[in-house]
Design a protein around this ligand. Structure first.
Ligand code: SF4
Length: 469
């Protein structure tokens, strides 16, 4: 019997978490580690490993094929291009502190699609072979270019069998025409809601008048569109985060049950002012306490709440093929299944790549709508965009669930070859998978209730927390 390679990490209960390359995992103690390292496994060890898919008799046997299948199904393979993020304008009617590089003042000329750009975008969309398209309008404030949104919408509805539109708006000023657009069945609204009024005002709206306008529009949006058609994302400053209970209360009051916490994504000069290590540790501490607060909330509540990214990571641990979050994939091949088209018609593989280029760190554009897609630079990045052979990740039990984000590494460190444990990406994901496993192995019924809800199961399955004794 041969045992597949196992990676391990100590856990708080004195045991070690072991995991294989296909994402199979269990806990065992130090003596098992010693027997494994010294190749002195006993019959009970072999029996356990065999029963749980960590061993095989010969290459090509059923156990081996099953392991290979599970390994392969963890990998992301890009699909056809069916998702575009369009930035018809960089102009915005707000000036949020952390958004300086992705917006200009509402009256600034020269930062909108021209008629030529719009026509070239439509021609580009017209050449896509896909039958389904998702179009996300970002900005700036895209509602300042309702005319462009309308033309793209009309084109997509006639060209594709299925179209879906997401309008990322600050909901600051919504005309009757804009409300009519947002109410259409294939249109979804995404906005920012940084917790209660005081926090939102401090971080975004600045004046009481603008704050009231936003909260009135948010209430109207819930009323007109229903909470299911709105996602509201809080941006959290890890140095002074709002209390978890305040964030939860705010979202519950609007009937929004999925909260996607995001740390402020400082760009360019602002990023240099913040020490990456302390940002990640502050963030991890806050995020962990937020998850605990959700567990307490869900214990009593009839309508439950999740933190979107934590749920996503939990599901990546529990099953394969959970690749719909563009920042957490392995390999993280960019520039194929989705693209960003900026205000000047340039293509970018991701929104972060657009920012990196805009602040002048690297030019990660990949052609434009006038001359077509150029992938040379992106392919250089794609060649490194997997964690399977990374000298740090190969020792990490979370490798099968984790991913890579080279654009984030470039943006923060101007290089992609830092030891992983020094990167923000690794620090945040090491923490989040530690948290996921601490909850999976918890005997607390409160924890198990939330885990089952977040995993999409009726109840927590104890076989998820295997221990080899
Ligand atoms: S990035 Fe960090 S957490 Fe993710 S697999 Fe690599 S070492 Fe592990």
């Amino acid at each position: 019997m041969q045992v597949v390679p196992l990676k391990f990490r100590p856990t708080n209960d004195g045991l070690l978490l072991f995991a294989d390359d296909a994402g199979g995992y269990f806990k065992a103690d130090q003596s098992f580690l010693q027997r494994y390292a010294e190749n002195k496994l006993n019959q009970a060890d072999i029996h356990f490993l065999d029963r749980n898919g960590h061993a095989f008799s010969a290459i090509g046997d059923l156990a081996y094929a099953g392991f290979e299948y599970r390994f392969a199904s963890r990998l992301y393979s890009p699909t056809e291009l069916d998702y575009v993020i369009l930035v018809p304008t960089l102009r915005c009617n707000l000036a949020c502190g952390y958004c300086q590089v992705s917006r200009v003042n509402e009256t600034t000329p020269g930062f909108d699609w021209t008629d030529e750009t719009l026509n070239a975008v439509l021609k580009f969309l017209g050449g896509l072979p896909t039958k389904r398209i998702k179009v996300e309008f970002q900005g700036g404030e895209p509602l300042l270019r309702l005319d462009v949104i309308r033309q793209v919408q009309a084109f997509c509805r006639s060209k594709f069998e299925h179209s879906e539109f997401v309008v990322c708006t600050n909901l600051q000023e919504v005309s009757s025409e804009a409300w009519a657009l947002l109410q259409e069945p294939d249109v979804f609204t995404s906005t920012s809601l940084d917790s209660d009024r005081a926090t939102h005002q401090a971080q975004r709206t600045k004046s009481a008048e603008k704050t009231s306008a936003f909260f009135d529009n948010l209430a109207e949006a819930i009323d007109r569109l229903g909470a299911d058609k709105i996602s509201a994302l809080p941006t959290i400053d890890p140095a002074k985060p709002p209390p978890a209970a305040t964030v939860i209360d705010t979202f519950v009051n609007y009937g929004i049950r999925s909260i996607y916490l995001r740390p402020v994504n400082y760009q360019g000069f602002a990023r240099k002012q913040f020490n990456a290590l302390s940002v990640a540790s502050n963030w991890n501490r806050y995020h962990s306490s937020f998850i605990d607060a959700l567990i307490d909330y869900n214990w009593e509540a009839s309508a439950h709440i999740e933190e979107f990214y934590f749920t996503h990571c939990l599901r990546r641990v529990l099953r394969s093929g959970h690749n719909h979050h563009v920042d957490l994939r392995n390999p993280n091949i960019i520039g194929y299944s989705y693209l960003v088209i900026d205000h000047d018609g340039k293509f970018y593989p991701t929104d972060e790549a657009r920012m990196v280029s805009r602040v002048g760190q690297f030019d990660l554009s990949m052609g434009d709508v006038f001359s077509g897609i150029e992938r040379d630079k992106i392919e250089t990045l794609n060649a490194e965009a997997l964690n399977n052979f990374h000298p740090d990740c190969v020792h990490c039990p979370y490798q099968a669930f984790c991913g890579v984000d080279l654009v984030d590494d470039l943006s923060r460190y101007r290089r992609i070859d830092l030891p992983k444990h020094l990167t923000d990406f690794c620090q945040r994901h090491m923490y989040i998978f530690d948290k996921v496993f601490s909850l999976i192995y918890s005997a607390d019924p409160k924890v198990q209730k939330s885990l089952a809800i977040w995993a999409g199961a009726v109840e927590f399955d104890p076989s998820l927390s295997k221990v080899h004794r």
